[in-house]
Design a protein around this ligand. Sequence first.
Ligand SMILES: [Ca+2]
Ligand SMILES: [Ca+2]
Ligand SMILES: [Ca+2]
Ligand SMILES: [Ca+2]
Length: 655
Amino acid sequence: MRYFFFVFLVMAFVFVGACNCGDDDDDTGSLIDDDTADDDTVLDDDLIGDDDDDDDDTTPDDDTTPDDDTTPDDDTTPDDDTTPDDDTTPDDDTTPDDDTTPDDDTTPSITCYEDSDGDSYGNALVSQEVPGDTCPIGWVENDTDCDDNNEFIYQLLDGYTDADYDGYGDELELTPTEVCSGAELPDGYSANNLDCDDGSIFYNPDAPDFPDDTFDQDCSGADFVRSNDNGIFVEMPDDSSDATGSGDATGTMDDPFGSLADGITAAEIAGKVVFVASSYTYNENVTTSVSLYGGYGGAPEWTRDFETNPTDVYSENETPAIIIDNAAKNGEVVVQGFNIYGITIPPDSGLSSTYSRAINVVADSSGYIADCTIGAGTGTSNAYGASNLGDMMTLLRCTVYGGAIPPLNSYAVNAVTGTTILIDNTIYDSSATNGARAVNGGSNSTILAYNNNILADSDGSHTYGIISSGTLVAVANDIQAGDSCTNAVGVYLDGATATLLNNNIQGGDNCSAQDGLWITNDTTAVIINNIISGGPDSGTSTAVSVAQTDDVTLFNNDLYEADSLLWDGTTTYNDIADVNACTWTNCTAAGDNITDDPLLGGTGGNHLQTGSPCIDTGLEVLDYHTHYYVDHDTDGELRPVGLGWDIGLDEYVTE
Ligand SMILES: [Ca+2]
Ligand SMILES: [Ca+2]
Ligand SMILES: [Ca+2]
Ligand SMILES: [Ca+2]
């Protein structure tokens, strides 16, 4: 531009030198135009318009050439962002990305929740947004796991408190609570609220309602009361009666049968139970598929008190006095309030018998035996008190004993098959010769023993409080092997699967080879919170013997009063630190066992006294087994009291 302006000035000077210098461009032939208005139309010789020295146009540069930035700006609105768009998926939106709001592109993503326990249920508290439609390993799309640290617990279910673990929830809870659960509610909760006493395992809709005790055990709303409508009545008229007596009776309260056999036959036909009066001894052998209730005072009142109306049944031969056989029926036969005895062969009678048996549950049958005294007789080779050869036998609040003088095998409780449940019984065996076993469990048996007093007391050899070759769960029992010259063992596990919790266990007294626990022959055992003594006044005693490829877990037991705390088949361990170190053969896990005098005394001689080392030094064991007697002690006290669970059957309570 300046170049053209310079040329123009030079040309103007030339023309001025020859002009007439007027204000008006009145020359018509002059070559000089010196005014500022461009009014010539001809003489401007530059021929390209305005040749004056002022660029007098006033319009802005309206050219269409690019501005001087280095990249093309081809959108129609300003690009004002200052940071790059760093997302990794294409931005297909139609508006500029100003990076101040989330990218609104349409590529899919999902929310994923952490599943740290791998049960395919996620933790609502830990989540992330993931592009695509698949969560990475360890993450899931749902957020419903109520316990993401336990693969077996993953959902909320409605439940009612079941404090006594009998399977029925507290009827006082009117609405359920949501309980973090697995496939089913955990132990301690029930889907129903039908338990009329959630503090007792003997009250629930499935419990037998024992008649005429004023208590409504089955939660029906009333006690089960004897009547001609529900029962057949038996009362022996005189001591000469036997199974054939008063056969012409009708079995009513006013006209009872004279024998158990007649009463049972009539009751099976009528679909009733049998009420039996104490009178003379029933010398009978009966088989029943209906329930039998003893302890009645007889006609006409038929009041019941089986303490003052002992109802005795004696076997007359090798078979049991009472056989429970309900294989063809549903439900369970209850026998309550009797004294039941096997045959006794007098030493000088000249008679002989192979078996003496008091009561049996036979194949495919279930029996519930309560408030009975059951005794095997004597003078035979094999004496058994109560035997289970069926599906289920429950013994509740009974006194059961084996035979004596001189059986080869004497078992107070003989668990052969099925499940045998022992609660609150006194069970003892006092054979004078070999083979006294208070509780004998065969390889096909399951024994669940809670809060029993179990004593095998023999002057012979091989005396066992409990022996099991099957499955054994024992909780809060007092188990002792008394005098025996050899092998007096509290609990003998021979190829068993056993869980022993909070028992007091004591080996024999004043003989050789006496052990609290003898474990052998591929047994798997979990042993926690037990007081285990090798036995007092010992010659050779061991608290725990382990041998032959067993699998033993030993926590929080008090091992004491023994020449050796533990023997593993080759080595004797007398330092409790070595026991806890779990370096002995067949140790699966061990720890926190102690070896101090437990200071037992008080009621039954088995309660913890002030200052006992067993107070608060146990372990909570509800993960190993649940039952009323797991978190309640022998007195029904709820565990724990104080800072922790106690060792042994008693939970110490300050008086
Ligand atoms: Ca879980
Ligand atoms: Ca309950
Ligand atoms: Ca209950
Ligand atoms: Ca009742």
